[in-house]
Design a protein around this ligand. Structure first.
Ligand SMILES: [Zn+2]
Length: 355
């Protein structure tokens, strides 16, 4: 009798041991953001952000697709083009539920040429461009590397650099990296990178050719042994989209100065040009941030802190087209959208400002 009980207990212990050894440990692949996991919280967040997104026109660009499906993991079951599209379509849904209008370069697996993506964006009337990608290391056998990075065009010392792109990159990078629980790369302090890091002096085609504020996100490495487990998960793609959505909404929440040309101020007398611009922002202008470029050279200016009017005075000796560019930041640190116009001086030395 006793012997029988011992046999039973022994058999049970062996059975428990076998079950314990055969089942793999459960590793959580991702976490639910607190403002996303509960539908009420999610709707509350969308409603809150609709204050900043409602009526805005956003252009989304899911990278690759159609004939371009070569970027994949080593097993071939995580295809970058498809992951990009799923994230973009989820982001579109969130933006639209917050009242934004979304234009997308592709909504299915189809070929869209690089230059055409920018052309579509430039002609769409959209204010902001976000290109969505996933990354792969230089060495194909490296399945360890994984991080989130967000790219802006050119470097701070280049004329082509627009600080508003860098501002938006910071906000999107922070929230995307946070919801995914992936760090930014070590090549940057905050996970944002100039696209000149990849193509020196040229950058990414979609960032170079798009003439509205633009960023490109490399959400994570689709070649990473851990990441590839979750990138094909629709729920995780929704969380990725949520990170970009939140970052963009916070960027728009913190505003940026508006620059308005004061028509009556434009004068050309005895070869001296005068022009003034009104800087508007509800949180105030950081006067130290103002930069004015005339004919691609940085110029001195005067700024009246009570009226927020910035004035520039410079010499023009012959007719021609003179580009003028203005940058200013508000007290939240956000810079104005691209302000690039032309001052036209005709043969009779009459002066005009055009787009
Ligand atoms: Zn890509």
């Amino acid at each position: 009798m006793h012997k029988n009980i011992f046999v039973k207990i022994f058999t049970l212990l062996i059975a428990i041991l076998l079950v314990a050894c055969s089942s793999k440990p459960i590793i959580p692949l991702y976490e639910y953001p607190t403002d996303w996991k509960n539908i009420n919280e999610r709707e509350k967040t969308i409603l809150e952000y609709s204050k900043y997104l409602s009526g805005r026109k956003i252009f989304l660009d899911p990278g690759h697709g159609g004939e371009d499906r070569k970027n994949k993991n080593s097993k071939g079951d995580v295809i970058e083009a498809d992951v990009n599209l799923r994230v973009a379509l989820n982001l579109k849904k969130y933006l639209e539920s917050a009242g934004a209008q979304v234009i997308i370069s592709r909504d299915k697996d189809t070929t869209v040429q690089l230059a055409y993506r920018s052309e579509l964006a430039n002609n769409s009337g959209a204010e902001i461009f976000i290109s969505i990608h996933h990354n792969a290391p230089g060495k194909t056998e490296d399945d360890y590397t994984n991080y989130t990075s967000t790219y802006y065009h050119a470097r701070e010392t280049d004329y082509e650099y627009e600080p508003c792109n860098h501002d938006m990159a910071r906000y999107i990078q922070r929230d995307l990296s946070y919801v995914m629980r992936t760090p930014g790369g070590l090549g940057s302090f905050d996970g944002t990178y100039s696209d000149y890091n990849i193509y020196p002096g040229e950058g990414f085609s979609v960032l170079r050719k798009t003439n509205i504020p633009a960023v490109l996100v490399e959400c994570a490495f689709h070649t990473n042994h851990f990441e590839e487990l979750r990138l094909n998960n629709e729920e995780f793609n929704q969380i990725q989209a949520w990170g970009i959505f939140r970052g963009l909404a916070k960027y728009l929440r913190d505003g940026r100065p508006e620059i308005n040309f004061l028509h009556d101020s434009l004068r050309l007398d005895n070869n001296i040009l005068d022009a003034s611009f009104l800087l508007k922002d509800s949180v105030g202008i950081n006067s130290k941030s103002i930069q004015i470029y005339f004919n691609k050279e940085e110029k001195e200016f005067s700024f009246d802190k009570t009226t927020n009017v910035v004035s520039v005075r410079t010499e023009i000796i012959k007719p021609g087209t003179y580009p003028i560019r203005i940058i200013a930041a508000n007290k939240n640190g956000n810079h104005s959208f691209l302000y690039r116009k032309n001052i036209i001086v005709d043969d009779s030395m009459k002066v005009n400002l055009t787009d």
